[in-house]
Design a protein around this ligand. Sequence first.
Ligand SMILES: Cc1cc2nc3c(=O)[nH]c(=O)nc-3n(C[C@H](O)[C@H](O)[C@H](O)COP(=O)(O)OP(=O)(O)OC[C@H]3O[C@@H](n4cnc5c(N)ncnc54)[C@H](O)[C@@H]3O)c2cc1C
Length: 243
Amino acid sequence: MDALETAVVIVGGGVAGRAAGLFTARNGLETIVLDDGSSLLRRNAHLENYPGLPGGINARVLLERMTEQAADAGCQFETATVDALERTADGFLATTAAGERYQAENAIVATKNEVGYLDSLAGVEIVDRGKSFVATDGRGRTAVDGLYAAGRLAGKPHQTIVAAGHGSEVAITLLEDREEPFYHDWVAPAGYFTGRGRDMPPGCEEIDKTTRLEREHEGRQRRQQLLEAQLSPPPEQHPSVEQ
Ligand SMILES: Cc1cc2nc3c(=O)[nH]c(=O)nc-3n(C[C@H](O)[C@H](O)[C@H](O)COP(=O)(O)OP(=O)(O)OC[C@H]3O[C@@H](n4cnc5c(N)ncnc54)[C@H](O)[C@@H]3O)c2cc1C
């Protein structure tokens, strides 16, 4: 079977992987997230410390919101377990347990402490501290050129907001390393740049009042629909706890 080609493959679409996919896709890079559906956040009983959500949120609902937001930007999600990630002449080849193959120019791995699929990838440095982590520099770059690690797998503190922030940072690092036209991913009021005689920086957008109010309205409606559609999906228990 021919490999499906993409710019970026993200192995592990929990918190960090979804956030990374949002940022690469928003910058126009074709992005595929391969995830086998067992984010640790699914086990949370009530997420109370994600900034901006006073009173907390059902963690499954937050994950669903993150998926929808990234998909809006063009990020593609596939339910799959990746068995192997290998280096190729053109980048990386991810092979799933079902035998599907994804060829990508860049790869971001965000699989909490799962590293078995990296066995055949020469050069990647695995750190064993009771659990396995991938060694990175301060921005998520691994020892393998073009391969990045994000979230818990990169040894970041075990908090949702940290994993989300790190996934975003790693995606932006990848954009910078690829020398993609990128300044910041910002939405600014009309005239913010152009009103000062500046060109619109790449990655930025100016919107007028009408567009701003339309987008606010759509955002409110979509949040409401998600809550109504999902009400309160229950947490998943630790596999070793007897039900
Ligand atoms: C019981 C519990 C309660 C928690 N409560 C809170 C809380 O209240 N507040 C808070 O801030 N944080 C909480 N956390 C922590 C939070 O869930 C994690 O810090 C966060 O999920 C880490 O994000 P991540 O993306 O690094 O990993 P994850 O979200 O775990 O994502 C990793 C993803 O990789 C996928 N994956 C792994 N191997 C493969 C493979 N070979 N192929 C394809 N996909 C693969 C998994 O399916 C998973 O979706 C809690 C965690 C637990 C367990």
